[in-house]
Design a protein around this ligand. Structure first.
Ligand SMILES: Cc1cc2nc3c(=O)[nH]c(=O)nc-3n(C[C@H](O)[C@H](O)[C@H](O)COP(=O)(O)OP(=O)(O)OC[C@H]3O[C@@H](n4cnc5c(N)ncnc54)[C@H](O)[C@@H]3O)c2cc1C
Length: 525
């Protein structure tokens, strides 16, 4: 690859200041939250989505390979190709909200728009997307999340982000541009739905960028809910906790539902100090609609503080959206009936209240309470496999108790409801290793100074990596699936031979020279 020649070409397309060969910048771009790999040869940051086709075509013509990066808030080596010929496309400049269409109920954005930005723009118009963002959404982008098939806000009712997407504009491996759904016509296009013939949108979702570079994305809209209720329950027995989450899911009454094991909860409280953080209480007060209601909610949290969360068992934390107060009250009544029917004790719903008041906080959970590093591993399983998954994770971690003890690792589980039929089980691992520059970039200096710094510990990192690999197999043994595939979850190997063949043929069509993120999804070398 002629780096000099390519660099000149890219500067002509994207502007001189937006092409970087600076070693320290490249080094940062060669890491994610967990992995560190060979830095890309160049980094290009387009100013508009319209520059993408020429950028991709130039890189392919010059013999380079391409990785797209959104906010960089992932931990599965999704954009880390480990090849010296990679040009990284940083989509952080593609922040245009192209159209908010309240008549046809869609919003059209460039791929680098963050969830926080999108939520703010829609809030002002009384609208929301059904799935409405990741916890990392202050920095994480709609394009990155669509490539990972994210879940979180809105997922208990609306499922995966993929379920909320109406159409895509994608740049293929040779610079061709493809649109999907109703948008893919020259006869008066309006991108209002992806359902027209075979679902080509799906081919590019959850693809870790292996099938194309997402330039623009259209999401469905809903009217912003007018009333919210919160509920939280504690359970002594894990069986009851899992049964309650599944029953709440089947009843289709909550918008978000997170379940924490007792250990994770205590760690989270220690890590974020959420109960007594004045700023958060002010946000809760502001968020609650009326000043009196807001102050009361904030006061309840302050009084309950950490105390009500001490000595609790397995807890579920929920937010319910209603069209009006009656609607939300009805949902709350159903949730109370389900949870108390499974021996749940109602507790102060501080966590969902705080989450809703500040849905996209700075990502302080990147470090544990002791300054230790954090990385999760997950599987999404059917309701019938939820409890077995929690038990299988316990059994797996018990089998590796010596490794855990040797390296001082700590871990806990979170269960997140995804639609009516599935649960995301996430194992959160904390380990003592040097915090990478990549992690420090996202955190405030004062916060960093308040946390212990540990020396580099490659053997600890390697032990965590090994545990993560084993955990991913635990979930697949239960018929589970993964989002965030990248290079951390073996995708192609686990597909049926017929599916493998089809995927390889499709990849050859959309990426004839094999330049798009080779190795992601195990496609390409
Ligand atoms: C503190 C924290 C909280 C998190 N919370 C959640 C959560 O609630 N739910 C959840 O699902 N995940 C969560 N994550 C994981 C991660 O942040 C999300 O998956 C997020 O969607 C990643 O978006 P990003 O823009 O940072 O993507 P990146 O990390 O930049 O990229 C992710 C993948 O997408 C590809 N990609 C990026 N942009 C494009 C594009 N335009 N075209 C093609 N491919 C592209 C990359 O090549 C890579 O494979 C969290 C992570 C952290 C650190």
């Amino acid at each position: 690859m002629d780096i000099e020649g390519l660099s000149v070409e890219l500067r002509n397309i994207a502007g001189t200041e937006n092409v970087s060969a600076d070693p320290s910048h490249r080094a940062i771009m060669g890491t994610d939250i967990f992995y560190s790999r060979t830095p890309p040869a160049l980094v290009v940051r387009p100013r508009h989505a319209d520059e993408l086709p020429a950028i991709v075509a130039a890189i392919a013509r010059q013999g380079g390979t391409i990785a797209a990066r959104g906010g960089g808030l992932s931990y599965s080596a999704g954009y880390l190709t480990d090849r010296p010929d990679t040009v990284l496309i940083d989509t952080g400049g593609l922040t245009r909200i192209v159209e908010i269409n309240p008549q046809d109920m869609y919003v059209h954005v460039e791929a680098g728009v963050t969830w926080s930005q999108l939520n703010d723009a829609l809030k002002a118009k009384g609208l929301r997307t059904p799935y409405w963002g990741t916890g990392s959404g202050l920095h994480a982008t709609v394009g990155g999340s669509a490539s990972q098939n994210a879940v979180n806000y809105g997922s208990a009712r609306w499922g995966f982000l993929a379920d909320s997407i109406a159409g895509l504009k994608v740049v293929l491996g040779d610079g061709r541009v493809l649109k999907t759904g109703a948008w893919a016509t020259n006869e008066s296009p309006i991108p209002f739905t992806k359902h027209y013939g075979p679902d080509l949108t799906g081919l590019f979702l959850a693809d870790s960028g292996a099938m194309g570079v997402k330039a623009e994305i259209v999401l469905q809209l809903i009217l912003r809910p007018q009333a919210v209720r919160y509920a939280a329950f504690s359970f002594d027995r894990r069986e009851d906790f899992a049964a309650a989450i599944s029953d709440v899911g089947r009843a289709d009454v909550v918008t978000e539902c997170f379940g924490f094991d007792p250990w994770f909860l205590s760690r989270r409280v220690a890590s974020t100090g959420f109960a007594d953080d004045v700023k958060k209480l002010i946000n809760v007060a502001k968020h609650e609609g009326s000043v009196v209601k807001g102050l009361k909610a904030a006061l309840n949290i302050a009084v309950a503080g950490r105390h009500h969360l001490k000595n609790v068992g397995y807890t579920i934390h929920m937010a319910m959206d209603g069209r009006d107060d009656d609607d939300a009250e009805r949902e709350l009544a159903i949730v109370r009936k389900i949870c108390s029917g499974h021996a749940g004790r109602e507790i102060e719903p501080s966590i969902p209240r705080i989450m809703r008041s500040t849905p996209f906080p700075p990502p302080i959970m990147l470090l544990g309470p002791d300054g230790d590093r954090w990385v999760p591993m997950h599987g999404i399983v059917a309701h019938s496999r939820h409890l077995p998954a929690l038990e299988a994770v316990d059994a797996y971690m018990n089998r590796h108790a010596n490794v855990i003890e040797q390296h001082g690792l700590v871990w806990g589980q979170v269960s997140t409801l995804v639609g009516r039929s599935s649960v995301l089980v996430e194992v959160n691992l904390y380990f003592r290793d040097e915090r990478p520059a990549m992690v420090e970039r996202y955190l405030d200096r004062n916060y960093l100074e308040s946390r212990t710094k540990y020396p580099r510990a490659p053997e600890v990192w390697a032990a965590v990596d090994k545990l993560r690999n084993g955990l991913s197999q635990v979930f697949r043994d239960l018929g589970g699936i993964h989002m965030q595939i990248g290079r951390a979850y073996p995708y192609l190997d686990s597909r049926l031979p017929e599916n493998r063949d089809l995927l390889k043929s499709l990849k050859a069509h959309v990426d004839p020279k094999g330049v798009l993120n080779p190795g992601a999804l195990q496609l390409g070398p």
